[in-house]
Design a binder for this molecule. Structure first.
Ligand code: OAD
Length: 254
């Protein structure tokens, strides 16, 4: 099922990077962004929900929408792809998991310290002073109903989700760690990302320019297929466990 060259590259790699996108969480029931019909940005307008200007224009709309998404993340469970990535990490002394996802499913599957490029949807902070804000217990339906955001206990500013919105800078430390790891790795997995959002989309080409083997996993054709040494067409939750089992048949992965 897998090319012998791919299995050799994986077994012989010393520095491994895995970059995940929304597709890695799709099998956990969290919608992706750009898939036709089901993607969040196919159903919702990001300019009304995922920019600082949108939040200032209608904080209740934005807070209510993110509140629903937080609920969905809390109800979701890691899938077999998350579990396989945690198992892969345990095989390599030098392994960096970089994710564009704002959920915590990698952590819950056992990954030690994923580098979150786009923030954490389960965290909140003040829009004005940026101090962290502890979220109260949230219950209720995932219905996207507008809900006014809480106010900051320090300055009274509106509380926002601690995620990166369009037009905002990525967290500098995470970005630096991701670029350093991609430039130094000898094998990079790109998993479930359409590869169109920068600067994350620069990581796979950077690794390729530095001579790394690039393995892309996605059920659909993406712009990364041409760049990848191995473009595996299928679901992360199926291909990743199968790849581990093929590379190390003597051990049960997981
Ligand atoms: P996209 O929605 O752009 O791409 C998701 C990719 O996952 C698509 O190519 C799907 O074909 C693929 N996919 C779907 N199911 C899969 C599965 N089971 N296994 C593997 N792949 C699967 O999502 P991202 O590339 O992650 O930004 O989007 C990047 C950024 O755009 C997000 O982080 C978000 C969004 O705006 C912020 O929140 C800042």
């Amino acid at each position: 099922m897998f090319a012998p060259d791919l299995l050799d590259a994986l077994r012989n790699a010393r520095r491994v990077v895995a970059l995940t996108g929304a597709g890695a969480s799709a099998e956990s029931g969290i919608p992706t962004f750009r898939e036709a019909l089901t993607g969040l940005w196919a159903r919702f307008d990001p300019s009304r929900l995922a920019t600082p200007a949108a939040f200032l224009a209608d904080p209740a709309l934005v807070w209510g929408w993110y509140r629903s998404r937080r609920q969905r993340v809390r109800l979701a469970q890691p899938n077999a792809g998350h579990v396989a990535l945690a198992a892969l990490e345990r095989r390599f002394a030098d392994f960096t998991l970089i994710t564009q996802n704002v959920d915590d499913l990698h952590e819950r599957a056992g990954s030690r310290a994923p580098v979150h490029l786009h923030g954490n949807i389960l965290a909140a902070c003040c829009f004005d002073c940026r101090r962290p804000h502890a979220l109260a217990d949230e219950t209720g339906p995932c219905d996207d109903e507008p809900v006014p955001p809480p106010r900051c206990g320090h300055c009274g500013g509106p509380v926002r989700p601690d995620v990166v919105w369009f037009g905002e800078a990525l967290p500098a430390a995470a970005l630096a760690q991701a670029f350093a790891a991609a430039a130094a790795c000898d094998l990079l997995f790109s998993i479930g990302t359409s590869g169109v959002v920068y600067p994350a989309a620069e990581l796979a080409p950077l690794a390729a320019r530095h001579g790394a083997t690039v393995v892309h996993i996605d059920p659909q054709e993406t712009g990364l297929d041409d760049l990848a040494d191995f473009a595996l067409r299928g679901r992360a939750g199926e291909l990743l466990p199968a790849l581990l089992a093929a590379a190390w048949p003597e051990q049960i992965s997981g």
